[in-house]
Ligand binder design. Structure first.
Ligand code: HEM
Length: 420
């Protein structure tokens, strides 16, 4: 397999991570627990959610005195995400719309229902089976071969970071020589709160790339996502080209950044708890539990936004119509009323619905892909890196970040010349 150059993506990504507080904001949970003790939903300063990051698109600061509502208990987060008639997602049209275009993220039912049905054709479990044994397995093996003989690696830079973006690009049919550009553009796109003009430029460049690919697939369909989207139909209706570009733009960061973070967070939990790593090595049936536990324990995306369409009461708290609501999924996932000893990372924890992939109408569309990629990655790490442990000469390794969370690096050592 050709090993793509991700350096330009890495640079953009380091800037993005820094702005998100990766490496600095280590523990937002103590504050969120404090808020939860005050009530399930509270009116807060927007910085409670964003840290120092700018709140609105266009690089604007939130206006002085501007408040948002923040849901921090499991039940409140659940109830809000289950109620798409009182809580609209349309606010994303203002924040993400200028760079993504019109996507399902900002649509409400019934428009959302129709589009989601069309788009899910590319992400059904069946569609994913063929990717798993081909593209996904080849990508992970190719990356591991890059460092397997060395006996040491940074698993973020060399594995978890390049892996999902290579997969999503392969699923779209992006040529290998455009992969570095694709990754950089995907990062610049989500950096909208840091560099608005750069995000707009990235949006246009991605559109041009997708337009070329769509034209080529129309002429000669393949088994990639773009070919599926080009011919997807519900009740005789297909997708307009601009909607295809917007959806592909959404998939670039959605498919790459969240999974990079979730698999890094899971590895961070395992490497810091070698007993848990051993449990998993001894019993691979625990893999699905470990994957969910990783997303629950350290949710890669901590919060999402909704707006109220009417006065509404959530868990006894009245929220007025037109309010901006921060839905704190990471706080929900650490709610002791829902999860026993919630701060503990435990791969044997029995499966219980968590909010890391959201819930309800907009629950993550890529959930099967994310789980499958993480399973393939973990199996390969367990099979091919015996004696895996954190590099004892590295300092403390931890997950950090305010809105997006991940460890900055995962320096590890392992035995060479022997596979488990
Ligand atoms: C562990 C990895 C992932 C996590 C934690 C995650 C999390 C989420 C969350 C929280 C949402 C809800 C956003 C909102 O309503 O505001 C979402 C939506 C979405 N995700 Fe994921 N995601 C992951 C991986 C993926 C992957 C791999 C893809 C596809 C390649 C993907 C595609 C999407 C799409 C298209 C939506 C929009 C769904 C809709 O609006 O109906 N995600 N994801």
């Amino acid at each position: 397999m050709t090993r793509p150059n991700h350096e330009s993506g890495t640079d953009a990504f380091e800037r993005f991570n820094k702005a998100q507080g990766v490496g600095t904001v280590r523990d937002p949970y103590t504050r969120w627990a404090e808020l939860r003790r005050m009530g399930p939903v509270l009116e807060v300063d927007p910085r409670e959610w964003t840290g120092d990051q700018q709140f609105m698109s266009g690089g604007q600061e939130a206006p002085e005195g501007f408040k948002i509502w923040s849901a921090v208990s499991y039940d409140a987060v659940h109830d809000i995400l289950a109620d798409s008639s009182n809580f609209t997602s349309s606010g994303y049209a203002m924040t993400m719309g200028p760079v993504l275009g019109r996507t399902i993220l900002e649509m409400d039912p019934p428009e959302h229902t129709v589009h989601r049905k069309l788009l899910s054709q590319a992400f059904s479990r069946r569609a994913l089976e063929s990717w798993e044994t081909g593209l996904v397995a080849e990508t992970i093996n190719g990356l591991i071969e890059g460092f397997a003989e060395r006996g040491s690696a940074d698993l973020v830079r060399e594995l978890t970071f390049p892996f999902p973006v290579t997969v999503i690009a392969g699923m779209m049919g992006v040529p290998a020589d455009r992969l570095g550009d694709f990754h950089r553009l995907a990062v610049e796109l989500v950096s909208v709160t840091i560099d608005y003009d750069g995000a707009l430029r990235a949006s246009k460049s991605l559109r041009d790339l997708f337009a070329d690919l769509l034209q080529a697939r129309r002429a000669e369909p393949g088994d990639d996502i773009i070919s599926v989207l080009a011919s997807a139909e519900v009740e005789g209706e297909g997708l307009e080209d601009e909607l295809i570009y917007s959806f592909l733009r959404l998939l670039a960061p959605a498919g790459a950044e969240t999974t990079y973070r979730s698999s890094s967070n899971l590895l961070c939990g395992l490497l810091n708890n070698p007993d848990q790593l051993e449990l998993l090595r001894a019993n691979r049936d625990l893999l699905p539990h470990a994957i969910e536990e990783g997303v629950r324990w350290e949710s890669p995306l901590t919060g999402i936004m909704r707006m109220t369409t009417a006065d509404v009461t959530v868990q006894g708290v009245k929220i007025p119509a037109g309010a901006v609501v921060h839905v704190n999924m990471a706080a929900a996932n650490r709610d002791p009323a829902r999860f026993e000893d919630p701060d503990r990372f435990d791969v044997t924890r029995k499966f219980k619905q968590h909010m890391g992939f959201a819930f309800g109408t907009h629950a993550c569309l890529g959930i099967h892909l994310a789980r499958m990629e993480t399973r393939v990655l973990l199996n390969a790490v367990l099979d091919r890196l015996p004696g895996l442990a954190l590099d004892p000469s590295a300092g403390e390794i931890f997950v950090s970040g305010q809105v997006f969370r991940a460890p900055s690096a995962l320096p590890v050592v392992f035995e060479t010349g022997r596979e488990s």
